[in-house]
Write a new protein. Structure first.
Length: 280
């Protein structure tokens, strides 16, 4: 039987909501990560296709966050390589990854609690700033300077994100005063401000109630649909994963034990054993 072409393979992957899944944009190949004598990840390979929602799941300690840290340059794996849009890297730093169009949210929020929602999201525009710090600080008494014009453009973009995430009522509120669910939304907004091609979400719904999870699920799908952003998602809520993901890769003790559509993964005996402790 002949090998499938890239187009045929893309068409063979079902997409939810009528979206068209494209070609591979991120290819993780044989990644092994060690901390001293402890292996956090062992020979992990999977790919991510354009416009899909790709979930990474597994029990606590499976290596999910370590995998994201390898992708966005926080950790440097000892073995393997990562290919992003045809460019292959063995080691990258976080700034390189961000400049290439990969943004990240974190399981533990790292927002500036004393700053407003607007200013927190504005920090996501730092890589997009072209004016020097001096030009940004200088206010021309005879008109709008180049730094001011650039800042106005960035603020206009951030205001669009605030409207998109439905947090207009809190735009001037210090983030530390917001409920946890809204802080998570601000964290998503800051990542979106980078205009990423690929968005890495590390447990975006951790600690949320049912209503907050429903809202966040809707925003993730809207980001994927309206912005065309490819999503890589770590999430413990299996109901959410099965509802919004196109494909799922499963890790357990740093090894890959499953990869496929939500239906295929849900019926995989190894996955069932990892979650339930015995065959179901």
């Amino acid at each position: 039987m002949n090998a499938m072409t890239e187009q045929e393979l893309s068409a063979a992957i079902p997409a939810k909501g009528g979206r068209r899944i494209g070609e591979v944009v991120l290819d993780v190949q044989n990644i092994t990560l060690r901390f001293g004598g402890v292996k956090a990840l062992t020979d992990i390979s999977f790919d991510v296709r354009e416009h899909e929602v790709r979930a990474i799941i597994g029990p606590n300690g499976a290596g999910k966050s370590s995998m994201l840290n390898c992708i966005n340059g926080v950790y440097q794996p000892q073995e393997g390589k990562i290919t992003f849009r045809g460019r292959t890297f063995r080691h990258m730093n976080s700034r390189q990854v961000a400049e290439m169009g990969v943004a990240r949210t974190f399981q533990n929020l790292a927002l500036f609690k004393g700053m407003s929602v607007l200013d927190n999201i504005m920090t996501g525009r730092n890589l997009k700033m072209r004016s020097s710090l001096l030009a940004q600080a200088f206010r021309n008494p005879f008109g709008i300077g180049s730094g001011e014009r650039e800042e106005l453009r960035h603020r206009e973009f951030v205001e669009h994100i605030i409207d998109f995430l439905e947090i207009q009522a809190w735009r001037k509120t210090p983030v530390g005063r917001l409920p946890y669910g809204l802080q998570k939304r601000v964290d998503l907004g800051r990542a979106l401000a980078m205009e990423p091609q690929v968005l890495l979400l590390d447990e975006p719904m951790a600690g949320m109630n049912v209503e907050e999870k429903q809202d966040m699920s809707r925003f993730i799908l809207d980001v994927n649909d309206e912005f065309g952003t490819t999503i890589v998602l770590i999430e413990h809520d299996m109901g959410v994963v099965m509802d919004i993901s196109d494909r799922v890769v499963v890790l357990d003790y740093g090894k890959k034990i499953g990869d496929g559509t939500p239906h295929e993964v849900r019926s995989n005996p190894e996955v069932i054993r990892a979650y339930l402790g015995a065959e179901h």
